[in-house]
Ligand binder design. Structure first.
Ligand SMILES: Cc1ncc(C[n+]2csc(CCOP(=O)(O)OP(=O)(O)O)c2C)c(N)n1
Length: 961
């Protein structure tokens, strides 16, 4: 029934529903902006003949399936051979009743490599349905057990351990067994001497580089690549395969291990070693004259971007900066990737698939991958309609140790990669001592899988760490046996070099010459440090049309008002539904009351003002994306930017229907129940898309605490004058307000953001170049201007909004359209409507509290005596505006800050020295008092009667002034 209904409106969804046995309950938002129908790939089912053979030779089938499933448990994947491994009985064919004399027909059971090498060695896998014959090599063959066993052991119990049988998707399992058993490869097998030489050069240069750093900078923590050098040919192969497959851009994130080798290798990121040496010697990694006040970051977080040339074309590899907080960069990398893809897809035909051109590659440490919760959150985003980016290739650089913690203490699972199974991700464990036959092969299979299915895949590159956690550390304190083994063995480059020399393709003298020449080059680069001039490129590419926020060209207060006609047009469009759309009966009231509020002298609520901000920005060419839990409807059932047809569950975003698709688009990204990963994702989007208004909305404001590390390291730490010179227009909407909802849902903990603001504590003038905007808007018009200002400024800065809950529908707070009309702007300071210049008390407050106080003062007839002034923008602190206002109240005897929060929370400790500064700058000697809750350990009580009493006390404290 549903499928039939869908077939008409959205054939792709109908097809997906009809054919797949493993689709979750499908929600029909595939017509909404940002959604791309996923790549599908379906193999033909077994033929009758194959099924007959599978029944007849069920014992052989059980054996083959067992090896596919359990081969990795016996595979030789650990260079140090330290993994505890039990004998794997499931790999013994005699357990299945097989014998040595029978020739077993393989049809439908096992694939064989093609007899002619060319047939399966195709370069680029395409997501097309293959012919059955392509999946059935070996169809006519019969083999004896010994040969079958040999083929299976070589395939599954060698130096790559495959885990794909856990996939719940039959086609993926079939595809994998076909690929690995037929030895399908994009690369010529065996590898050419030329390729093997490149592998050797990468390894050898990395070793020379690490030894050079160790010698010249013996006190440096470089987190060298030694023991994990195979990650370099792994990445080089991945880049080259990408270049040959139309992937022209790679977003790469990685932690500290081996980072410098990857950055500085001349054939990879080619960061001039001089730049690194200059940084090691104490110079900043950017030109301080272009970004005064920036603080920089340590060498193990450095980044670079380069168009790397390969025979098949160039691939642009962008390495992101990462913070020390391991794995935190993962969702950011996904966001950057998706933003790049969206800007391409917006202008591309519908058949262009997510991930055709841009790919995310993430490197991880084994301890961090297994331990950090953000890994699960980020993997959980990979298949979601508004967060997918066409499949990430993960490489765990697995040295089986984290700092001093051995794997047995670092995870409860056998493999570090096991978390990947939560999304059915295939995993290839590979022995890092074999960079060519094993590592490069694993990369090839993983890339082919990603290209085919556009899903995540993990390469678990098992290697070791030659030194301690850093080179100054003594690892044998805690790992004597492991390090005895490591010290007794030759390095990965040396072992590979010896094997390569045995083939005759490399001579002793050539090998030595390359090492000496690279060492000499590093010496020359080191000599150049004194003359090295760093450059800053923070305004390159998409950022070219923006300015640095501290520059004199920065426009802090652009005009954000819009003509009344436009406001009405957009407001109406935001609730206009097409004929025949089956809207929920209760939402008809939502539609009609919005339409009514736009008539005559009507006043609009917050949701309408927000819709008008979005719609007008879209008309001006900006995209808008709201990401978070339930953002389409809105937690408080206020937004309804997306309507769901009550008959077929199709989704509709009226603003997208109204605005020309060549202008901006609104993406409503209903997210998984994650804060850290989703916020990190939006940070990534904001870095890549200055023309996008990227909004993350918390379900309740306090939930941002789950994303605190993202806020510290990326939202605040990365931008502006701090470490990475990034600009981000991210908006965080954090529903806030005391309404008796208890300790968790009352406060967005605005004090935490105010503590992160670098607005000077002691200053008599305002500072527009403050790192963070924190606002508590008290009217819909203020929200409208804030959102529009975010895009209309010629620079980008994060905006934290203590957004309304109870005020959302308040008629007292509602704004007339004139407050958003031409010439109007966001007002950091707003005077109360009933203020008189004769007031004795000046009460400053912010956001919703104003209305509570206004009501109480009015009821008590005290509005003459006490004037209310709202400070709707707290950071940057609006000193001049406040001065201007305060100057008008010449009879005031005291100033009071009033807030709902306890005294140790809210804005009090932040505003106190700043208000005192304003009073001083006016040459006044007025006392500054406080009217709010007393200090508290939690944000609010959950006992209703106590909440009521507290509100009465708060109000009384102001009324009785
Ligand atoms: C979230 C977080 N916790 C702790 C640390 C401190 N730390 C730095 S490296 C490291 C060990 C990481 O081990 P692993 O992920 O296996 O990577 P490896 O250093 O072995 O390459 C630790 C605990 C950190 N950087 N981030």
């Amino acid at each position: 029934m549903l499928i039939r209904a869908l077939a008409k409106s959205r054939p792709a969804a109908a097809k997906r529903l009809a054919r797949s046995s493993l689709v979750l309950r499908t929600y029909h938002d595939d017509a909404t902006f940002g959604y791309r129908v996923p790549v599908t790939y379906q193999l033909p089912d077994y033929t009758q003949e194959e099924l007959d053979n599978r029944v007849k030779n069920a014992s052989l089938l059980r054996y083959v399936e067992s090896v596919r499933r359990h081969g990795h448990r016996a595979a030789q994947i650990d260079p140090l051979d330290l993994m505890d491994r039990d004998p794997v009985g499931a790999l013994d064919p005699y357990r299945y009743g097989l014998d040595d004399t029978t020739a077993y027909p393989l049809t439908g059971i096992l694939h064989l490599p093609p007899t002619s090498p060319s047939s399966s060695r195709t370069s680029t896998p395409t997501p097309e349905v293959p012919k059955r014959s392509e999946t059935g090599e070996g169809a006519d063959a019969s083999l004896r057990l010994e040969e079958i066993r040999k083929h299976l052991v070589e395939t599954y119990v060698g130096r790559i351990g495959y885990e794909y049988m856990h996939s719940p998707i039959k086609d993926e399992r079939l595809w994998f067994s076909h690929q690995v058993e037929t030895e399908a490869s994009s690369l010529p097998t065996p590898l050419s001497d030329e390729r093997r030489r490149k592998i050797w050069e990468l390894l050898a240069r990395s070793e020379v580089f690490d030894r050079f750093l160790g010698k010249k900078f013996p006190n440096l923590k470089r987190y060298g690549c030694e023991g994990a050098e195979s990650m370099l040919p792994a990445l080089d192969t991945l880049f080259e395969l990408s270049a040959g497959s139309g992937v022209s851009s790679i977003v790469l994130s990685l932690p500290h291990r081996g980072r410098l080798s990857l950055l500085c290798d001349p054939s990879l990121l080619a960061l001039p070693p001089t730049a690194l040496f200059a940084k090691i010697k104490g110079q900043p990694e950017f030109d301080p004259s272009t970004a005064p006040g920036a603080s920089g970051d340590v060498i193990s977080h450095l980044a670079a971007t380069r168009e790397i040339p390969y025979d098949e074309g160039e691939v642009k590899v962008e390495i992101l900066q990462n913070p020390s907080h391991l794995e935190a960069v993962n969702p950011v990398a996904l966001g950057v990737t998706r933003a790049k893809q969206m800007s391409l897809l917006k202008s591309s035909p519908q058949d262009c698939k997510l991930g055709d051109r841009v790919m995310c590659v993430q490197l991880h440490g084994d301890a961090a991958f297994a331990g950090q919760g953000i890994v699960a959150e980020s993997l959980g985003l990979s298949g979601l309609p508004h967060y997918g980016s066409g499949g990430t290739i993960h490489v765990i650089v697995n040295n089986n140790i984290g700092y001093t913690t051995p794997a047995s203490f670092a995870r409860s699972s056998i493999y570090s990669s096991d978390i990947g199974k939560m999304i059915g991700c295939p995993i290839l464990h590979v022995n890092g001592d074999y960079p060519d036959a094993a590592v490069v092969r694993a990369v090839d299979v993983a890339f082919r899988y990603r290209q085919m299915f556009r899903k995540d895949v993990i390469i678990d590159l098992i290697c070791y760490r030659r030194w301690g956690h850093n080179e100054l550390d003594e690892p044998a304190y805690t790992q004597p046996k492991m390090y005895e083994k490591i010290r007794a063995r030759k390095s990965v480059p040396e072992l590979y070099e010896a094997r390569f020399k045995e083939t005759g393709a490399l001579s002793d003298s050539t090998a030595q010459a390359l090492r000496e020449e690279y060492n000499a080059e590093l010496e020359r680069q080191l000599e150049r440090v004194e003359h090295y001039k760093t450059k800053s490129d923070m305004l390159a590419g998409k950022w070219r049309e923006y300015v640095w926020p501290a520059s004199s060209a920065a426009n802090h207060t652009p005009e954000t008002g819009v003509s009344k006609e436009q406001l009405v047009e957009v407001g109406k469009a935001s609730v206009t539904l097409p004929e025949g759309f089956n809207v929920h009966s209760r939402l008809k009231r939502h539609v009609s009351s919005r339409l009514k509020s736009l008539e005559g002298d009507g006043k609009v609520d917050f949701a309408t003002a927000e819709a008008m901000a979005f719609g007008t920005l879209m008309k001006e060419g900006c995209d808008v994306r709201i990401s978070g839990q339930d953002v389409g409807r809105g937690t408080f059932s206020q937004r309804h930017a997306m309507f769901v047809d009550q008959v077929d569950e199709s989704c509709l975003i009226p603003l997208n229907e109204a605005v020309d698709s060549s202008q901006g688009r609104l993406e409503l990204a209903n997210s998984s129940l994650s804060e850290a990963a989703v916020l990190g994702f939006e940070v990534g989007m904001s870095w890549s898309s200055p023309k996008l208004l990227p909004i993350w909305e918390a379900q309740f404001g306090d939930f941002h605490n789950g994303a605190q590390s993202m806020i510290d390291t990326f939202v605040i730490g990365a931008q502006g004058r701090s470490k990475w010179l990034k600009q981000s227009g991210l908006v965080m909407l954090l529903p806030h307000g005391y309404d008796g909802a208890g300790p968790e849902h009352s406060s967005c903990k605005i004090e935490r953001f105010l503590q992160l603001s670098d607005d000077p504590m002691k200053s008599e003038t305002s500072h527009s170049d403050v790192n963070l905007v924190v606002a508590n808007p008290s009217t819909p018009a203020q929200m409208f201007h804030l959102l529009r200002r975010q895009m209309l400024r010629n620079y980008r800065k994060p905006l934290v909004v203590a957004s309304p809950k109870g005020l959302l529908r308040s008629p007292v707070a509602a704004s007339p359209l004139d407050a958003m009309g031409p010439g109007t702007r966001f007002e950091p300071v707003l005077e109360g409507e009933r203020n008189t210049s004769k007031a004795k008390n000046l009460v400053l407050c912010s956001g919703k509290h104003y209305y509570t106080l206004l009501e109480a003062l009015t009821a008590a007839g005290k509005t003459d005596q006490t004037a209310l002034v709202r400070v709707d923008e707290l950071s940057p602190f609006p000193r001049e505006k406040l001065q201007e206002v305060m100057e008008r109240y010449t009879t005031v005897e005291q100033v009071v800050w009033a807030q709902e929060e306890p005294a140790n929370q809210g804005a009090w400790t932040y505003v106190r020295p700043r208000i005192e500064g304003v009073i001083r700058s006016l040459g006044l000697d007025l006392p500054l008092g406080y009217a709010g809750r007393k200090e508290g350990a939690t944000t609010a009580t959950a006992v209703g009667s106590w909440h009521k009493r507290e509100v009465e006390e708060l109000v009384k404290a102001v009324v009785d002034l």
